[in-house]
Design a protein around this ligand. Structure first.
Ligand SMILES: Nc1nc2c(ncn2[C@@H]2O[C@H](COP(=O)(O)OP(=O)(O)OP(=O)(O)O)[C@@H](O)[C@H]2O)c(=O)[nH]1
Length: 395
């Protein structure tokens, strides 16, 4: 579970950016309408690229949604066998769109060309059946409300607004709790689908879909970049990101290697899951480093902090502050959700407060040293810090 603040930030910032883009296009629509043929000609190609690209990067929800929207665009532009049926059953199409977004927001991305992908296609087909059954049910409910003299508006909101509202709430919750850009993309798609139904957007489908599909490509790129350069557990930039930064550093910087003390015993005593929680908390405390320090998860229970253009004395002073901050920090560890009766009885897995200390080795780059060599010197300093009793900063 990602922390709520992070999820809220990812959701709100994406909604604001995509909302601003749509508003900008609506305000300048005369310009875009004059170029509509470009959108119409390139959209099918864009759909194919998005489907292949998102499948390749295992974003099956984006791939399926693009395929469905592509099929929808094909249907409204050519005379397919089912086109007249869709025109007559617009409500089914609208509700089905919401349900598809909701379903894709609930299931995990597990590949397109796999047994999971096949199962997902079946579930997506079931959305159509569910939409059909819902419209029949809402008809019956509307008649019941009318006969029992309930206000007319109650029934009027049943077919479209109830599924729309439910799916938006579900996707909002999912995007905040997972901070996943793919889920935010599904939320945006459901909103756009709803806005278009109420004719708020007032744009042709070719422009709306070009914007949506381009946004999907951006989501896949950003998500894949973040997978490659972010450590999944702590959310910190990974060792690969450190390597990338090392190429752009100038000649003056200091590097610190940070290691949690006696972490093996900690894991042995409290278990690996609690060890993971502690790693996350230590990582979040390390990000409070000032003086321009950039924090990375180096691997295991080791972290690296790089201070570009900082002297050894300045960096050491800041590292000393961080070391004390962590040593004095009482971490509240959540109990696992599933506990055995026995564990509950003896309080073994209940919420508890723990604390850990860190040892730090720091080195300043000297003339003729490259990044790897400076890192090695910092590692030797870390060894010294461990040897001299841990919970200290050594050079
Ligand atoms: N929970 C958890 N443990 C990890 C992770 N990565 C590494 N570890 C554990 O970190 C421990 C590191 O142990 P050691 O290298 O022996 O060092 P230490 O016990 O911290 O002792 P000193 O470094 O000498 O103070 C091992 O038990 C690893 O299993 C992780 O992602 N999660």
């Amino acid at each position: 579970m990602v922390d709520v603040a992070k999820g809220l930030k990812a959701t709100l910032s994406s909604l604001l950016i995509i909302g601003a883009i749509f508003l900008g296009v609506i305000e300048t629509q005369q310009y875009w309408l004059a170029k509509i043929s470009i959108f119409e000609q390139s959209l099918y190609g864009l759909f194919i690229i998005t489907i292949l690209f998102s499948s390749y990067f295992s974003h099956s929800s984006i791939a399926f949604l693009s395929a469905i929207l592509g099929l929808f665009y094909l249907t409204i532009n050519s005379n397919m066998a089912w086109s007249p049926w869709l025109v007559e059953n617009e409500n089914w199409l609208v509700v089905n769109g919401f349900l598809v977004c909701g379903l894709l927001g609930l299931i995990k991305d597990r590949g397109v060309l796999s047994i999971h992908g096949f199962n997902q296609i079946i579930l997506l087909g079931l959305c159509g059946v569910t939409a059909y059954l819902w419209l029949i049910t809402s008809d019956i409910l509307m008649q019941y409300l009318a006969v029992n003299q309930y206000p007319e508006t109650w029934g009027a909101y049943l077919p479209i607004e109830v599924p729309l509202f439910s799916v938006i709430v579900l996707l909002l919750w999912r995007s905040i709790s997972t901070a996943s850009l793919s889920v935010v993309a599904l939320l945006v798609s459901a909103l756009v689908w709803g806005f278009e139904h109420y004719q708020f957007l007032n744009l042709p489908w070719s422009i709306i879909l070009t914007l949506l599909v381009s946004y999907y490509i951006l989501v896949v790129v950003v998500d894949s970049y973040s997978l490659a350069y972010r450590d999944e557990l702590t959310g910190l930039p990974s060792r690969r990101a450190l390597k990338k930064l090392s190429l752009s550093l100038g000649n003056s910087y200091t590097v610190a290697m940070v290691d949690i003390d006696h972490f093996k015993s900690f894991n042995d005593k409290y278990g690996h899951d609690i060890g993971d929680q502690v790693l996350k908390l230590v990582a979040s405390k390390l990000t409070e480093v000032k003086k321009g320090g950039k924090v990375f998860r180096y691997g295991g229970e080791e972290f690296t902090i790089v201070f570009p253009r900082k002297s050894l004395a300045h960096s050491k002073q800041e590292l000393e502050r961080i070391r004390k901050l962590i040593a004095n920090y009482k971490m509240v560890i959540r109990a696992p959700k599933r506990q055995t009766k026995e564990e509950r009885a003896n309080g073994k897995n209940s919420n508890k407060k723990v604390s850990v200390t860190i040892s730090i080795g720091v080195a300043k780059r000297t003339l003729k040293q490259d990044f790897e060599q400076t890192l090695k010197v910092a590692d030797q300093a870390l060894y010294k810090a461990k040897k001299s009793g841990r919970n200290n900063v050594s050079t």
